[in-house]
Ligand binder design. Structure first.
Ligand SMILES: *Cc1c(COP(=O)(O)O)cnc(C)c1O
Length: 399
């Protein structure tokens, strides 16, 4: 079958809840993906940063193969011989005392919200039903009802009411706005340390530290949604490390699954995690042994490759070189590590640029019409990065 035939199938039988770039991928390796006609592309989306380790990393593939000969799913009704080792590894990697495994990023966010609400009642003494959580304009926390109840994006929320109550939304990067929104019932502040879907919005230096201090002062939990920014993407293991603003709860997902399967978790210390007692939260697939094996391998690959250092170094080259490209419509290039975006003039249709990049051999996706995010697998080397920049240059110069 050819590219167009696969696209036709998707259009006919799949709900139209996405508008993908017209390209079909049937194979992948490392930083490259291949279409049915055999054309190769640089993958500069990395499945929204779920493939930080590169496609089909041999160590992760081996972990899957080995585990497929043993056991894949037990449910949490029983223990399995992989989950504990996985969670120990995750706690060591993140520097937290405990972890709670789920599957998708949105579920990690739900888990964090439930933890914070319960903590609010049982530790802070807020009356149940009165808990408030402060969230940010232009956030992206996933697609569940609680996540979209925090969202300010009309596409995410349209006609999905009634929305979940208890979320107070304030402008991002505005510490005074958070301060004003605090009440005795506020149990947490939730934010992305860098807003990914909003177009890689990097808050000013000091913001995260100020949020941390405000949470301490008012006895609120600081929840960092690191689903996209985590696991070495921004040049540190986690984006909060840029300011040493350690959150009380981290939401993790995407690259935790090494590009192989959905694996997510929250991590926190005992004081927060103790609010979960048997029967009060769970997931059939959460903590399954296959995920355990994959999760361990995914973390080892990040560790052994020192991928945060690679992201930091190559990210600087990327921003320096792209900023030099003569392009009348480009306003700026911004980001941290290998999570970057080119912002074009307001009203400019970046979709056509993505099509031209595709034709030139590089896949990236626009967000909010005039912004394109560039986030290659973190295993990319300097030679590959410079090849990719040459492709981007060849396209941008012609605009
Ligand atoms: C992708 C993402 C999510 C949702 O993850 P899913 O696995 O798609 O549910 C949540 N938060 C952030 C910051 C994300 O980028």
């Amino acid at each position: 079958m050819k590219t167009q035939e696969y696209i036709d199938l998707d259009e006919k039988y799949g709900a139209h809840n996405y508008h993908p770039l017209p390209v079909v991928l049937s194979k992948a390796k490392g930083v490259k993906v291949i279409d049915p006609e055999g054309k190769e592309y640089f993958d500069f989306l990395s499945a929204y940063s779920a493939v930080n380790q590169g496609h089909l990393h041999p160590k992760i593939v081996k972990a899957v193969r080995d585990q497929l000969d043993r056991v894949t799913l037990t449910s949490r009704a029983f223990h399995n011989d992989k989950m504990g080792m996985f969670l120990k590894k995750l706690c060591e990697f993140t520097g937290y005392e405990m972890a709670l495994p789920m599957n998708t990023g949105a579920e990690a966010v739900e888990t964090a919200i439930k933890a914070a609400r319960r903590w609010g009642v049982e530790v802070k003494g807020v009356q149940n039903g009165k808990q408030e959580i402060i969230c940010m304009e232009d956030n992206f926390h996933g697609r569940t009802l609680a996540a979209i109840s925090m969202s300010s994006d009309p596409d995410s929320t349209v006609n999905y009411g009634p929305y979940a109550p208890g979320f107070i939304r304030v402008p991002y990067q505005d510490i005074k706005a958070i301060e004003k929104a605090v009440t005795p019932n506020t149990v947490a502040v939730i934010l992305e340390p860098i807003q990914g879907e909003a177009g890689v919005v990097v808050p000013p230096e000091g913001y995260l530290k100020a949020v941390r201090a405000l949470c301490d002062k008012n006895k609120m939990l600081f929840i960092a949604d690191e689903v996209q920014t985590g696991f070495c993407r921004t040049g540190k293991r986690f984006a909060w490390e840029h300011e040493n603003a350690r959150p009380d709860i981290m939401c993790l997902g995407k690259a935790l699954g090494g590009g192989v399967m959905p694996i997510s978790a929250i991590v926190a210390d005992h004081g927060v995690m103790k609010v979960f007692t048997p029967g009060t939260h769970g997931s059939t697939f959460g903590g399954n042994p296959l995920a355990g094996a994959v999760g361990i391998a995914s973390l080892e690959v990040l560790e052994e490759g020192k991928l945060e250092e690679n992201a930091e170094r190559l990210g600087r080259i990327f921003r320096d070189e792209v900023a030099k490209i003569p392009c009348k419509k480009m306003v700026l290039v911004r980001g941290k590590g290998l999570l970057n975006a080119i912002v074009f003039e307001k009203g400019f249709e970046a979709w056509n640029v993505c099509l031209a990049l595709r034709d030139a051999g590089l896949l990236a996706k626009q967000t909010h019409g005039n912004i394109i995010r560039f986030a290659p697998p973190l295993v990319i080397n300097e030679k590959e990065l410079r090849e990719a920049i040459a492709i981007i240059r060849s396209v941008l110069e012609k605009i």
